[in-house]
Design a protein around this ligand. Structure first.
Ligand code: MN
Length: 259
C-alpha cells in the first residue's frame, strides 16, 4: 500500500467524540499528515445540510485540529476551501460514528453526508460506523482493528477495480469483538420498516413537547444487504453514489409523461 501524504478526518458526533480519536489513529497509520476538522457539538442526524443563515467560526484546538460550529458538510467544505486551501488531500475519513449507519439511515446521517460532500469535491471518501446498542459500551477496538484493515485495502483500489470516482464507501462494523468478526462483505443498502417511536410529554412548565425517539422499525435482513451482513457478524461495505435518480423508472415515466 502506498503511503498517503494527507488525510482529512471528520465526523458528526463532534470534536470530542471517542470515535474520532479511533479514526485519527487509523489515519495516522496510513498517512504522513492527518488533519481533523469536526463539528463543535454533536450533529448526528444533520444529514447533508449546509449552514447558510449564519457565519461559521473555526476554532483551533491543537496543531492540525479544528472545531467548526456547523454541520459535517460545513466541516468538509471549510477544511478543503479554507483551512487546507490549495493543499492536496488524498482521502477523507468520516466517523467512527457511535451507532450504525445502515439502510435508510444513509440520508439522515451526518457521518455519511461528510463523505458525500468530499465525493462532490472530487475526493475519495469513506464513512465508518460502529454498530452498538444504547447504554452499552461501544466496541471501539473492533472499529479500530477492522477499520484499519478495510481502509488499507481500499487504498489500493482504483476506478478499474470497482471504486469509481463518484462513489463513497459506507462501512459498518458489527457489534462483536474484533476477533469474532467473520470478515468483510460488500453489500447493498437494506430497508427497515418505518418506526413510530415519538415521546410525547409535558415539560416542567406545563407545555407539551414531542421528542423523536427510535424511528427504526423492524429490519428486513434480505440477502446481500448491509443489515444482513452486520447481523451475521461481518463488516459491511456499501458503495454509495449521489445520483438518486431511479434509472429503471426513467424510460417508463418518459412514455407516460412526455408529450
Ligand atoms: Mn453520529
Amino acid at each position: 500500500m502506498a503511503r498517503l501524504a494527507r488525510v482529512l478526518v471528520t465526523n458528526d458526533d463532534g470534536i470530542n467524540a471517542p470515535g474520532l480519536e479511533v479514526l485519527e489513529r487509523v489515519a495516522e497509520a496510513l498517512a504522513d499528515e492527518v488533519i481533523v476538522v469536526a463539528p463543535e457539538v454533536n450533529q448526528s442526524g444533520a444529514g447533508h445540510s449546509l449552514t447558510l443563515r449564519h457565519p461559521l467560526r473555526v476554532r483551533s484546538m491543537a496543531e492540525r485540529r479544528f472545531a467548526v460550529d456547523g454541520t459535517p458538510t460545513d466541516c468538509v467544505t471549510l477544511a478543503i476551501h479554507h483551512i487546507l486551501k490549495g493543499q492536496k488531500v488524498d482521502l477523507v475519513l468520516s466517523g467512527v460514528n457511535r451507532g450504525s449507519n445502515l439502510a435508510d439511515d444513509v440520508t439522515y446521517s451526518g457521518t455519511v453526508a461528510a463523505a458525500m460532500e468530499a465525493t462532490l469535491l472530487g475526493l475519495r471518501a469513506i464513512a465508518l460506523s460502529q454498530v452498538c446498542e444504547d447504554r452499552r459500551p461501544t466496541r471501539w477496538a473492533t472499529a479500530e482493528h477492522w477499520g484499519r484493515r478495510v481502509v488499507e485495502r481500499c487504498l489500493d483500489l482504483g476506478p478499474e477495480d470497482g471504486w469509481a470516482g463518484d462513489v463513497l464507501l459506507n462501512v459498518n462494523f458489527p457489534d462483536r469483538a474484533a476477533a469474532s468478526v467473520r470478515g468483510v462483505r460488500v453489500t447493498r443498502q437494506g430497508q427497515r420498516a418505518p418506526g413510530e417511536a415519538l415521546v410525547e410529554r409535558i415539560d416542567p412548565r406545563g407545555e407539551p413537547y414531542v421528542w423523536i425517539g427510535g424511528l427504526r422499525g423492524e429490519e428486513h435482513h434480505a440477502a446481500g444487504t448491509d443489515l444482513a451482513a452486520v447481523a451475521e457478524g461481518f463488516v459491511s461495505v456499501t458503495p454509495v453514489h449521489l445520483d438518486l435518480t431511479h434509472h429503471a423508472s426513467l424510460e417508463r415515466l418518459r412514455d407516460d409523461l412526455e408529450d
